[in-house]
Design a binder for this molecule. Sequence first.
Ligand code: PMP
Length: 354
Amino acid sequence: MTVYNFSAGPGVMPQQVLDQIQAEMKSFNNSGMSILEISHRSQLYTEMEQIAEQNLRDLMHVSDDYAVLFLQGGGTLQFTNIALNLTDQFHHVAYMNSGHWAQKAMEAAQKIDGLKVDWIGDPKGGLPHIQALNSDHLDYLHVTTNNTIEGTTYHQIPETIQPLVADMSSNIMAEPYDVNQFDLIYAGAQKNIGPAGMAVVIVKKSRLASHPELSQIMDYWLEEQKHSALNTPPVFCIYASGLVFQWLKQFGGVEAIYQQNQEQANLLYDYIDNSKLFNNTIPAAERSLTNIVFGTGDQQLDQQFIATAADHGLISLAGHRLVGGMRASLYNAMPTAGVHALIEQLQQFELNHG
Ligand code: PMP
């Protein structure tokens, strides 16, 4: 049975990358050593890290004005690090309150002494509109581009609003954003990038300043000075993510995968919109391409569908425990065959239960 993994993260990896990892697991680059064994001070590592970084820069069109960091602590540690590293000027920040993870980011900032934290909107009222700020004196406005749990996305960010920080954990490289609009972009790796255990941080160098009062590992400036290897970096994550970047480049880059992501999401949304059993109530312009939430409105029926789908190799379709229902995460590595298989299963279930 072919298994399709719809998990929200860690999510599906490209088959080609898994094959490559398997083939070179015992001898990385013909070195006779596994990637799991090589020193992060070796040339083997340095070259691998530099290629991974360059490929990420190529994919997202990141200029030399930005540093690219591969850090530990996932997206969650960056919630705090951002608020500690980027607030020297005004000690005042604002957050688009667009969902669960946006709220978590905001709560982390609220814990910091002397930092004024405003928020805009209430996710229960839908995706809040990104609006001109009521204060010019903000260190940043924080936007979660894709709300993983709620299944909503800011597909476009107004060009006039700055300075911006974006959590792109669940749609980085799934659709194109202009990096130059942001002072900082961050993402936990385990959805569209690679294995869990790492966050990518893309930050305007002009926003970096030494923070000797912080623990060294939380100081972005220092991490940039040390090329993300202040301490032992997440070597395997960087390596596997680098392979994903290569795979995505071969695919045609973010622009090409964006086409595929739109096609896949349209297939599923079209089915749901025409279904008499399943539904999704998010306005079309705000719908996520990567996390598609839907349900029957009947918890028991939802559970039944999730179990039946799993029996047919369609795994991890349960919605987040906070919202229930179903969620199909269609990250970059999801083959279109997986979406067809899911739709067939939905049709069958609707025939039996509609
Ligand atoms: N931000 C978003 C949008 C997320 O979806 C998640 C995880 N699902 C996080 C942040 C937290 O990331 P991590 O688990 O890497 O700390």
